[in-house]
Design a protein around this ligand. Structure first.
Ligand code: EPZ
Length: 440
């Protein structure tokens, strides 16, 4: 039976939510445990779908994964791991892109790996060419077949000098998880330096890796023979934090986000202040609120870290429909991340999409047939509507639009949100939202 969320809009969200470990770090930290020769412990683990998927994938490779029933802290024991059957990997990969990051650890431990057809949010083509290219440079043999990609390392894996065409988060993680046990030195230029990357590097260093990050996006890894385990507390999910912050603006509310960390949100907080949102930082979190005066429009460009993150774009666009004037958003990380605006337009938003790079600098998608810039005019009164959730961040954006709208919205496909937002229904209840989940 599919779920249906009925939302009565018009009430400000007020109260406190606790945001835990990052969806974009925790699954990778779990995969890193496979590199170790001893058990690892991961704390601050959210109860989200992506963690479930990786738990299953690790277990079919013989890794013992135990979750503390109260804290959800994980103990991961890789000492009896083995290669899994391709059919099992396929069955458990679910709608995630994480299986591709098993390549390095599995090749080091068992000489081979298998990549099934990958899932993940439909926000662009999302090719894996950088991943396959870096693996080949380590000496891996890549065999593509209709059921997936088989990767092996008949002559072992050797360090390499690599340059990424674009600072891809996933490809940088691929290099880190492969180079740490490869023979010799690896130098990666044009690497991603997101906070989640630094947290993964901290974990690998605890295990015994030798990794240096230079200020020019170069990462140097000196391969070692053996890695132990780690004991680590995952960084807070800055994307969930930014989503609740946008929800406070859109619903004219006031939300305290326990666990939020200012250092990982600098670009977001600057933008939040420019729109007219207020925030206050303390040792345990950040309070976000609508100050009661008109929101201001702005010109925004998404970028890799330390720029404004692409995963913050969709919830913030909903806030820009309430700003007094014309805003411009240039999405430079994914070529197809404005699909969610269709539903917002049906709710009364004034949004036009353009193929041009409407920002300060042309991006990879300019001159190509992608609607990757948006012009948003406001303020508008959003009206309740029937909405089907397209992807994770698009789904959360639709939810906050429905919470701000006049009247009733009926939201389907809501399960997608479980992939990245822990206990979101309880949190909505804690914030006073008028929502009812039913089966249909
Ligand atoms: C990670 O995806 C995050 N997902 C994404 O969050 C996030 O948007 C993205 O990094 C950028 O910060 C996870 O960590 C699980 P990329 P990833 O490789 O690693 C192109 C969310 O909502 N590219 O940095 O898949 C790619 O198509 C999700 O939480 C290639 O062309 O992102 C994209 O345009 C969505 N070839 C760009 O690089 C490749 O081989 C950035 O992708 C790899 C990437």
């Amino acid at each position: 039976m599919a779920k249906l969320l009925t939302v009565q809009g018009g009430k400000p969200l007020e109260g406190s939510v606790h945001v835990r470990g990052a969806k974009n770090l925790v699954p990778k930290a779990m995969v890193a445990a496979l590199l170790g020769s001893e058990p690892s412990q991961l704390r601050n683990v959210p109860a989200i779908k992506d963690v479930e998927i990786v738990t299953n994938l690790l277990q079919i490779h013989g890794v013992k994964v135990e979750a503390d029933p109260v804290t959800n802290d994980l103990t991961l024991d890789p000492r009896e791991s083995y290669s899994a059957a391709h059919s099992e990997i396929d069955a458990y990969a679910g709608d995630s892109r994480i299986p591709i990051l098993f390549c390095g650890p599995l090749m080091h431990q068992h000489g081979e790996a298998f990549i099934p057809d990958l899932g993940g949010c439909r926000i662009g083509d999302r090719p894996i060419d950088y991943h396959l290219e870096v693996l080949r440079n380590f000496g891996a043999v890549v065999d593509k077949s209709p059921t997936g990609i088989h990767i092996s390392a008949p002559r072992g894996l050797k360090g390499a000098k690599l340059t990424l065409p674009y600072p891809s988060v996933g490809a940088t993680e691929q290099v880190l998880l492969t180079a740490v046990l490869a023979e010799g030195i690896t130098e990666l230029e044009n690497a991603a330096v997101e906070p989640e990357i630094h947290d993964l590097i901290a974990i690998l260093q605890q295990m015994g890796a030798i990794i240096t990050v230079y200020t020019d996006r170069t990462i140097r890894i000196e391969g070692v023979d053996r890695l132990s385990g780690y004991r680590h507390r995952a960084i807070t999910d800055r994307n969930e934090t930014a989503s609740w912050a946008s929800a406070a603006l859109v619903t004219q509310g006031d939300i305290y986000v326990k666990g939020a960390a200012q250092r990982d949100l600098m670009a977001f907080l600057n933008t939040y202040r420019k729109i007219g949102g207020e925030f206050a930082v303390d040792d345990d979190g950040i309070r976000f609120w609508h100050a009661g005066h008109a929101l201001k429009p702005l010109v925004l460009e998404t970028d890799v870290h330390p720029g404004f993150m692409t995963d913050w774009q969709q919830p913030l666009v909903v806030a820009l429909t309430q700003a007094h004037g014309v805003s411009i958003v240039h999405e430079t990380v994914y070529e197809n991340r404005f699909g969610f605006t269709e539903a917002l337009k049906r709710m009364g938003a004034s949004i036009q999409l353009h193929r041009e790079c409407l920002g300060s600098s042309p991006c990879r998608f300019g001159q190509r047939n992608f609607l990757h810039s948006a012009v948003i005019s406001g303020p508008v009164e959003l009206q309740g509507a029937d909405i089907d959730v397209p992807d994770l961040r698009g789904g959360f954006s639709h939810l906050i639009a429905a919470l701000a709208a006049n009247g009733t919205s009926r939201v389907t496909g809501i399960e997608v949100i479980n992939r990245g937002y822990e206990h979101f229904m309880d949190k909505l209840g804690d914030l006073g939202a008028d929502v009812v989940m039913s089966e249909r």
